[in-house]
Design a protein around this ligand. Structure first.
Ligand SMILES: Cc1cc2nc3c(=O)[nH]c(=O)nc-3n(C[C@H](O)[C@H](O)[C@H](O)COP(=O)(O)O)c2cc1C
Length: 200
């Protein structure tokens, strides 16, 4: 069956919706995220000073609003010509970003600031059981892939420093979903990034 294209509007109600460990959204469903917050926040030098690994990664669900800004920080489009927060060699943009949440795995679609559900069920225990796990994917034969992925995890590390979110880049188990994800042929997950709970 073709993937479902049920679009959930980005309303104020949605912005405060939490992803719980339920099957509220079917595989193939697309969810329009609220606009990311792309201004303000902690000064850059404070974020650099505070970036660090913190392995207190368990925690509750993430809000749609936080998820939107988190994904935008990693792989959002920040200019009207379609270029991203992360530079890529020759602007090839060969990167994918997945979010492993309590109700399944979602692929980020930066052009529409939406996510599409690609796997059902809570897969987080296959990694480290963190609250949110990001998967950074790229072509196996791209000599720049590691650099591109490193740019994504550094952006997220700074975002986490800005927002007081514990986080750890992890090589361990990063590829456990490679055969299940809709990766383009010849692509793989290079590294995962686990996040804990947002401060209350
Ligand atoms: C590419 C990469 C892979 C990593 N893999 C793991 C891992 O599998 N498990 C883990 O606990 N930490 C992992 N880390 C976190 C490092 O151990 C951590 O960044 C390092 O100890 C330096 O600490 P800092 O991030 O606070 O500067 C990884 C970090 C990077 C950049």
């Amino acid at each position: 069956m073709d993937r479902r294209t049920f679009i959930v509007a980005a309303t104020a109600t949605l912005a405060s919706t939490f992803f719980h460990g339920s099957q509220a959204f079917a595989k193939g469903q697309i969810v329009q995220l609220p606009d990311p917050v792309t201004t303000g926040g902690k000064p850059l030098m404070d974020c650099l000073a505070k970036r660090h690994t913190d392995r207190s990664l368990k925690g509750g669900a993430i809000t749609m609003g936080h998820l939107s800004t988190l994904l935008w920080s990693a792989w959002g489009i920040n200019r009207s010509d379609g270029r991203h927060v992360v530079p890529t060699a020759h602007n090839k943009q060969q990167l994918q970003l997945y979010a492993v949440l309590g109700d399944g795995v979602w692929l980020y679609e930066p052009k529409t600031n939406s996510i599409v559900k690609v796997l059902d069920d809570d897969q987080r225990s296959r990694f480290d059981g963190a609250s949110v796990i990001l998967l950074y994917a790229a072509p196996i034969d791209d000599m720049f892939a590691g650099m591109h992925v490193g740019s994504m995890y550094q952006n997220v590390g700074l975002y986490c420093a800005a927002n007081g979110v514990p986080n750890c880049v992890k090589h361990t188990n990063h590829g456990v979903l490679d055969t299940s994800l809709p990766l383009p042929k010849g692509w793989r997950v290079y590294i995962s990034h686990s996040l804990g709970e947002y401060p209350h």
